[in-house]
Design a protein around this ligand. Structure first.
Ligand code: SIN
Length: 275
């Protein structure tokens, strides 16, 4: 197995391994690469939907997404799909999957199934690097703070997606979500400090209103985005990406108007987060 960094502070390309067969020491090495680099990319994979699901179970379990359309034959697989005549994509803003759950998904396994001729890249940002680069004063300001995360403003019947042409494709419009997490968490496996707020689902700090929270929240989101901590993936047929949702944000770039893009996603079960 060979590891090639995708960028100085985020992402690694892993070659010499077929995920469908990965187990034991190989799976452990993959886990560590993802915990450290945030996202790992695997090219030329022969990875059927059954392989995808089996891999999720070997890793430690699957959290089925409550909003995305599901694959009719394999309902543990969520479809991240935009048709050629649609304009809004799923995940087209910086976010972390499932931070609105009190026990958020550890990670996600995304498989390219139908790609546009060009575009449709995905970017990640490393929240360990983002935390490290914060000014010391800002680090002190957020020490001990907790934040509230929800998906209600995104997925509910009057939420952001409902106002777009993606609204009709989504499920779970009647669900209510809400979770409280430390603003700075320790990675459950490596112990590294990570900034754990995101623009998609973090709405306010605990004990402060949204209005009171916005200035500090936006300072953090801006600082994390500005840090030299991102990497970008150009998908090809056979590409699989696995990322750690505690360590990274991601953003699906919506620049392929007139073309279809379909990805299969599984979210891997995680654990409660602590400062
Ligand atoms: C997502 O999981 O948010 C979508 C990522 C992508 O489609 O590239």
């Amino acid at each position: 197995m060979k590891l090639t960094p995708m960028a100085p502070k985020c992402g690694v390309e892993v070659s010499g391994v077929q995920l469908a067969d990965a187990q034991g020491d190989t799976l452990d090495a993959i886990r560590h690469a993802i915990y450290e680099h945030g996202v790992a990319v695997f090219r030329d994979q022969d990875f059927s939907p059954e392989d995808h699901i089996n891999f999720g179970h070997r890793w430690g379990g699957i959290d089925v997404n409550q909003y995305f359309p599901l694959n009719a034959d394999f309902p543990e697989i969520a479809l991240v799909r935009k048709e050629a005549d649609e304009s809004t994509n799923i995940g087209g803003a910086w976010h972390t999957d499932h931070s609105y759950d009190q026990i958020p998904a550890m990670g996600s396994v995304l498989v390219a199934r139908d790609l546009p001729p060009t575009g449709g890249d995905t970017e990640w940002a490393h929240m360990g690097a983002a935390y490290d680069a914060l000014p010391e004063g800002l680090k002190s300001e957020i020490e001990g703070l907790e934040a509230f995360h929800t998906a209600d403003h995104v997925y509910k019947a009057d939420g952001l997606y409902a106002q777009t042409d993606m609204g009709k494709n989504l499920r779970g419009q009647d669900l209510q979500t809400g979770a409280t997490h430390p603003v700075v968490i320790r990675h459950p496996q490596t112990g590294r400090k990570l900034l754990y707020v995101n623009g998609g689902f973090t709405v306010h700090f605990v004990g402060r209103t949204r209005e009171e929270s916005v200035p500090l929240l936006y300072r953090l989101l801006d600082a994390a985005r500005k840090a030299d901590n991102t990497c970008r993936l150009q998908w090809k047929p056979g590409t699989v990406a696995i990322w750690d949702n505690r360590t990274t944000w991601h953003n699906a770039i919506n620049d392929y108007a007139g073309h279809r893009r379909e990805m299969h996603r599984i979210t891997l079960s995680g654990e409660a987060l602590a400062a």
